[in-house]
Design a protein. Structure first.
Length: 466
């Protein structure tokens, strides 16, 4: 793998973007409202908060929906085939809205655009798109929008750079909980995954910048932070000195933010040091998302995951010993090329053995440009569908059993909103990452409430206030 140095965006480059913001404010044809449509993971959701922050600073207001906006940005994802198809379907639908609002500006950004030749292809097939830009150009939105407003041709900018931009404006979705991206990209090249090709090489933000952002969030009353990265466990690679994720967590724990979570982890990088920090910390929540992907060693090897089933199970045992009752969740792919029924049964037995609180299960979908897409023995759809159904049924059973440990237990819930089933109940996540419903009202939203879990109803924990 060729070494690539991250490109740090300088304060001068950011100042240049602020000047574009000023220029846009003077343009009579500038859009007055915006809407950002987000696909994919939390990292994309946080990128959308940054897009919204820049648009707010250009004096635009958020429209109630995409049909009423003057400027619509689709922040796309290409990790799974259906997210890509959904994004393109929705972009096409906006063509009709353009007939009613000829001044509508349509932009597409995110990792789908970062695939080689994709931006040009999209613009050829979807001629009504005005602007397309890749993930590394996010910070340039003011400049790109300015160019779009001054041009009658589509603007396309996709650079193959691994950028890090600090101090961008952010319009956060919630006041009580916030995302902090601590690293970008990925170096792992799992054979089925497109991320390293579209999000670039792994690069970490300086620890001081992350701590300063966390402190600012704490001062503004945020009760929970979620640290984001494709593989947070390898945070620090490439930074000067011995900088590790465990060290970052240790420092954040001392800061006193009530709840700290993180996502996503790679089992091969889950160090004893990190587990020890989790075991001793006060504020790092007892939950861990540890994607296993498969339970068979040969499939794991073909996936280029670089751990065995036994090594994975060893990490699970060590985590459980250090953090008793920890909430474990995972990602699993079924129907990977060449997967036999016997190999699939190894995944089933691993799921039983671990007893996850929840699992995101997927049928393997080939992504152009990845190693697995070129493998022979792609699994027929009906076989993969049958396997995922059996896996989901098993996970449902295991989940019910795993949930049982919470009944009678005290928990703390960060209330996210009114319950969908009743307006005298609210729901949110407990410290272990499981959804809990409790009696309450709108006034509880954003508060941490102590509860005792009383029963399990439809896979949800029900609780009473203490
Ligand atoms: S660790 Fe593997 S699955 Fe995760 S983003 Fe990197 S390449 Fe993709």
């Amino acid at each position: 793998m060729a070494e690539r140095k991250p490109v740090i965006i300088t304060p001068e480059q950011l100042e240049e973007q602020r000047q574009y913001m000023q220029e846009i404010l003077c343009l009579p044809q500038r859009p007055k409202s915006y809407f950002v449509v987000t696909y994919g993971c939390q990292m994309n959701a946080h990128d959308s908060e940054i897009l919204a922050g820049m648009l707010r600073d250009m004096d635009m207001t958020e429209a109630p929906d995409r049909e009423q906006a003057d400027f619509v940005i689709f922040n796309t994802c290409c990790v799974r085939d259906n997210a890509e198809r959904r994004a393109l379907g929705n972009v096409t639908w906006l063509k009709e809205v353009r007939k009613r609002n000829p001044n509508l500006i349509i932009a597409v950004c995110g990792c789908m655009i970062q695939q080689p030749g994709m931006a040009e292809k999209i613009l050829k097939q979807y001629r009504f798109i005005d602007l397309a830009f890749g993930t590394s150009n996010l910070y340039k939105l003011p400049e790109l929008l300015c160019r779009t407003l001054n041009s009658d041709r589509a603007v396309v900018v996709v650079e193959d750079e691994d950028t890090i931009a600090e101090d961008l404006p952010v319009k956060r979705l919630r006041n009580d909980a916030a995302y902090i991206t601590i690293m970008y990209g990925c170096d792992n090249f799992c054979s089925y995954c497109i991320v390293p090709y579209v999000r670039g090489r792994e690069r970490s933000r300086e620890m001081e910048a992350i701590l300063a952002e966390a402190q600012q969030l704490k001062d503004s009353g945020v009760k929970e932070i979620m640290l984001l990265g494709q593989n947070v466990n390898s945070y620090g690679k490439g930074l000067e000195g011995h900088v590790t994720f465990a060290e970052l967590l240790r420092k954040l724990d001392k800061m006193g933010i009530p709840r700290i979570r993180f996502m996503t982890s790679h089992p091969k990088d889950l160090s004893d040091e990190l587990i020890e920090v989790m075991g001793k910390s006060k504020h790092i929540l007892p939950q861990f998302h540890l994607p296993v992907q498969a339970g068979n060693d040969e499939i794991l090897r073909q996936m280029n995951r670089r751990y065995t089933r036994e090594q994975y199970l060893n990490r699970v045992r060590t985590l459980r010993a250090a953090v008793p009752g920890i909430g474990l969740t995972t990602d699993i792919i079924v129907g990977f090329p060449g997967e036999t029924e016997e190999q699939f049964q190894d995944t089933m037995s691993l799921v039983k053995e671990v007893g996850y609180d929840s699992a995101f299960t997927f049928i393997y979908s080939p992504r152009t440009g990845t190693k697995a897409a070129a493998m022979e023995n792609q699994i027929p759809e009906d076989v993969a569908t049958d396997r995922i159904q059996r896996l989901i049924a098993l996970q449902d059973e295991c989940q019910k059993q795993a949930m049982g440990r919470f009944v009678g237990m005290e928990e703390e819930v960060l209330v996210e909103g009114l319950s969908r089933r009743s307006n005298t109940a609210v729901s949110g996540k407990g410290r272990h990452g499981v959804s809990i419903t409790l009696p309450g009202s709108e006034a509880d939203i954003g508060q941490i409430v102590r509860v005792r879990v009383t029963e399990i109803k439809n896979n949800t924990l029900m609780a009473e206030r203490i």
